[in-house]
Design a protein around this ligand. Structure first.
Ligand code: SAM
Length: 183
C-alpha cells in the first residue's frame, strides 16, 4: 500500500491564482503550482485558464503521485463566492500571518488567493482574511510556500499515492527509484 502524505489540519487547501499571463510568465505560475502541490494544497484554480500549464502539472502528478490538479477559471469571483470556508488573500498589506494562523488551523477548508503583477482592489473586501507573510514585497511563490509549510509542516520523504517514482534522500548525489521498490 502506498503511504499517504501526512496531513495536518486544515482538511483541504486550495489556491486561486489571479492574473496569470499565459505566454508571459509560464515559469512563475508553473513554480506556484509546483509549490502548491509539494506543500500540501489539493488544487490550483488558475485565472485565466491555461490548458498547457494544466497539462504540465498533470504529467508531474502522474510521475510523482498525489491528487493535485489545475482547474482553469474565467470568473474568479465565483470561486470565492462558492468556496465553503475562509478565503485567505496573501498580500504584504494584510495582517501578520502569525496572528491569523491559529484561526486558519481550525478551518476545515481554506482557499488561498495570490495575485500577479496587479491585484483587483475588490479582492481585499471579498477575502475573509488579508494576510501578510512579512511586510515586504516578495513573491506569490514564496508567500504561498511559507504559509503552507507553517500550516501543514514540511512533507516527509516517501512515495505519494499513485507515484511511479520516489526520491531516496541522499547526503550526496541523486537517487530515484520506482515507487514500489521503495516500500
Ligand atoms: N504590486 C502587487 C499588489 O498589488 O499587491 C503585488 C505583486 S507581487 C509580485 C505578487 C503577489 O505576491 C501578490 O499579489 C501577493 O499574493 C504575493 N506577495 C508578495 N509579497 C507578499 C507578502 N509580503 N505577503 C504576502 N503575499 C505577498
Amino acid at each position: 500500500m502506498p503511504r499517504r502524505p501526512r496531513r495536518a489540519p486544515p482538511g483541504r487547501i486550495e489556491v486561486l491564482r489571479i492574473g496569470h499571463r499565459a505566454g508571459r510568465d509560464p515559469r512563475l505560475t508553473t513554480h506556484l503550482a509546483l509549490a502548491a502541490r509539494a506543500f500540501g494544497a489539493e488544487r490550483l484554480y488558475l485565472h485565466p485558464p491555461d490548458p498547457a500549464l494544466a497539462d504540465r502539472l498533470a504529467r508531474v502528478a502522474q510521475q510523482w503521485g498525489g491528487g493535485f490538479s489545475v482547474e482553469g477559471v474565467r470568473d474568479w469571483r465565483s470561486v470565492l463566492r462558492e468556496h465553503p470556508g475562509p478565503v485567505v488573500h496573501l498580500t504584504m498589506y494584510g495582517e501578520p500571518l502569525a496572528r491569523v494562523l491559529p484561526r486558519l488551523r481550525r478551518a476545515d477548508r481554506l482557499l488561498f488567493v495570490v495575485g500577479g503583477a496587479k491585484v483587483p482592489s475588490d479582492l481585499y473586501a471579498r477575502a475573509t482574511y488579508n494576510v501578510a507573510v512579512g511586510h515586504q514585497p516578495h513573491s506569490e511563490v514564496a508567500a504561498l510556500a511559507v504559509a503552507l509549510a507553517l500550516l501543514r509542516g514540511l512533507p516527509a520523504p516517501g512515495a505519494w499515492p499513485g507515484a511511479r517514482q520516489v526520491i531516496v534522500p541522499e547526503a550526496h548525489g541523486k537517487r530515484v527509484v520506482e515507487a514500489e521498490a521503495s516500500e
